[in-house]
Design a protein around this ligand. Structure first.
Ligand code: NAI
Ligand code: 3PY
Length: 300
């Protein structure tokens, strides 16, 4: 029996994903019989690729984000899009809290001082910020945002959140005005859906202020990164903890001499457990698509 052609883009080392039932092809391809494509949200399947694949009926995202796909265009072409809803939110929230602690307590500067033999007692680095009692604004109160908020409670932070609409079931105070939330917050954690454009503008960064800290574990495209770097360099912003960047991989030179930052290379969802769950999610969505069954986790 002929195996169905499956486009994998980019060519991914997908964690324990069994694809022996498929004839895997990569882009560019002249195969016109590709009915399904697997991708990661931050890369996606472009409209030009969609146009070149007349039989395409499903785009299956490994992971949560779908920012690299024009959802309206896919819908117009009757192409279903699925993603790995809730496969990694707890792990990403752990990283957000880790970044908060690292920035407040100066881990990155402390480690640099130690490794460069510049540790001069009694205080190796200037006094740091205590986490307990600080005000945390969460932008995007979905799976990750709520997991961050629940963890932050245990650290004694006061919490408010912003999103497109109030949620009656929310366990934390809703602030419908993003600039107001930034003004109120000591720490602003970005956990909004990644395809929302540049919602963290220079004005939001300014409102956060010279003692404020920005944490971003969602997508770099949500933040005006040039404004962020300028604010960190001038001291208009107190610090930043970033797992995601405007361009990935971000050039290291871009972060030279940018103070009070802890940077991680988009590792939030990178636990073995989450990657395994992501692979299972992709395989089950593919199986259902080819079997003509309702998809497991279509994008809402
Ligand atoms: N750093 C990493 O490794 C990872 C990053 N992500 C990113 O995090 C994002 C969020 O993931 P989840 O919480 O699992 O998704 P989710 O769908 O559960 O939550 C997204 C939330 O964003 C809110 N939202 C939508 N537009 C908004 C706006 N303009 N302003 C504020 N909030 C807005 C939605 O109402 C929703 O509550 C993903 O879209 C993805 O881009 C996801 C997983 C791993
Ligand atoms: O799940 C996602 O969207 C990711 O960014 C994975 O790391």
């Amino acid at each position: 029996m002929t195996k169905p052609a499956l486009l994998i883009h980019p060519p991914l080392g997908l964690f324990e994903m069994r694809l022996a039932d498929y004839d895997v092809v990569h882009w560019p391809t002249d195969r016109k019989d590709v009915r399904a494509a697997v991708t990661i949200g931050s890369v996606g399947i472009s409209n030009a690729m969609i146009d070149a694949l007349p039989e395409l009926g499903a785009i299956v995202c490994f992971g949560v984000g779908v920012d690299g796909i024009d959802l309206a265009y896919a819908a117009k072409r009757n192409i279903a899009v699925t993603h790995g809803r809730e496969i990694n939110h707890e792990d990403v929230a752990d990283v957000a809290i880790g970044l908060m602690i690292a920035v407040c307590r100066g881990f990155t500067e402390g480690e640099r001082v130690l490794r460069e033999n510049r540790w001069a007692p009694p205080l190796a680095i200037p006094p740091q910020r205590r986490l307990r009692g600080r005000k945390l604004g969460v932008v995007g109160y979905g799976a990750i945002g709520q997991s961050i908020a629940h963890r932050a409670e245990a650290f004694g932070l006061e919490i408010k959140w912003f999103g497109p609409r109030a949620k009656p079931e929310a366990q934390h105070a809703y602030e419908p005005d993003l600039p107001k939330l930034a003004e109120w917050s000591d720490i602003l954690a970005i956990a909004a859906r990644g395809d929302q454009g540049r919602i963290i503008t220079a004005d939001i960064i300014k409102a956060l202020g010279s003692d404020g800290i920005l944490i971003n574990i969602s997508r770099g495209s949500l933040v005006d990164e040039d404004a962020l770097i300028a604010a960190l360099k001038s001291g208009a912003l107190g610090g930043a903890g970033l797992d995601v960047f405007q361009e990935e991989p971000t050039p290291a030179v871009r972060w030279e001499n940018v103070p009070n930052t802890t940077l991680t290379p988009h590792l939030g969802g990178g636990t073995r457990e989450a990657l395994y769950a992501g692979s299972q999610n992709v395989m089950e969505n593919l199986r259902r698509f080819y079997a003509g069954e309702p998809l497991l986790t279509p994008v809402a």
